[in-house]
Design a protein around this ligand. Sequence first.
Ligand SMILES: [Zn+2]
Length: 383
Amino acid sequence: MERFDSKIVSDWRFEQDRELDFAQIYHPQPQPTSRPNGRDADRKSVTALAKEVLNVVIRKRRMERSEESCRSLTCPICSAPHLPKVATAMVKGEPIQFVLPAFPGKSPNLAKVLGPLPDMAEKQSLHFLNELCRKMGELYEPGAKILICSDGRVFNDLVEISDENITSYQKSLNQQIQELQLENISTFNLDDVGDTLIDDSSGSFAQLRQSLVAKYAQPLEALQERIRSAGRDIHGSEAQEAQRMYCGITRFLFEDALVPGQTRSRTSIQKSCRLRAYEVIRRSNAWSELIAENFPESIRLSIHPQSCGSRKLGIQLVGTNAWLTPWHGVAVQTRQGFTLMKRWEAESRNAHLVMDAEGKPSHYQLLDDNNDIYKGDDNEIKL
Ligand SMILES: [Zn+2]
């Protein structure tokens, strides 16, 4: 559901009208000692600085292919939902806050991942997100913070990840953040709001999920109608985004269900995956509502590509592979940096498995004919 904070927007217009000087808010660089006519030669408006800071994220955003026309940094419609929040933080002299529902838990399909715990794929992504914040901090000293709203507990029963594995994944993700000293990254998950959702502190995770759905989810029929209407373009880009999510999640569920030894027909698996995909989206949307309620001033990031003017900003995590995420793949190192692949793809290219300091599988190295690390493709990013 679209959230529109009219107060922030009106404040923002007010600040624009006054053309607040950059020098009036916190400036990370030393001010010039002599100012001809009392004016700062480096003076910038909050508007200009907010745009510059937001562009750090926009450069790494993920957009729908149909939106090629606004791939430049200057599309005002793309930045309109986010600039007021950046500017509001700047006027207050506070860090710019982002929320990112992501990092649910590793896929249960061992043809895609190395195991149930975070590995180099998560490390690279967390490091990348921290770097984004650091780069924003070079332009605006209070910097930026990303809160990862880990959504595994919200729908793990539907994607066949156990509650125990979600707990271990969340714990291990926090350990990685600590060990890598990623001061701009923190996490938030359903367990953190348990006491606001259920009275009984000894309630089960299943009760927690039920309560989230009861309080925040839309009816299943409404979601199904919205996704079906995308083809008829009744509800515009939001319905189309919901439909893309539905197709993507159905595909992931289908891939994950094709584990060795399963005996059901592909048609029967497909049918069950479609039904579960609706429920995954319904719960994800409920989680988004809870996040928006708890963090109304934060800019909403998404791992999914977004269209022009979306209230969410799509963001890359590692490389530019469409749909592949650290929890659905493995990190593969080339000389150009890390990229993501499904485990079977890395193995089919004879990539070399690398262990971490504790002897657990970490990532793969892609080697060339001389056993050197492979030079890599153009679409792989460097941090
Ligand atoms: Zn645009």
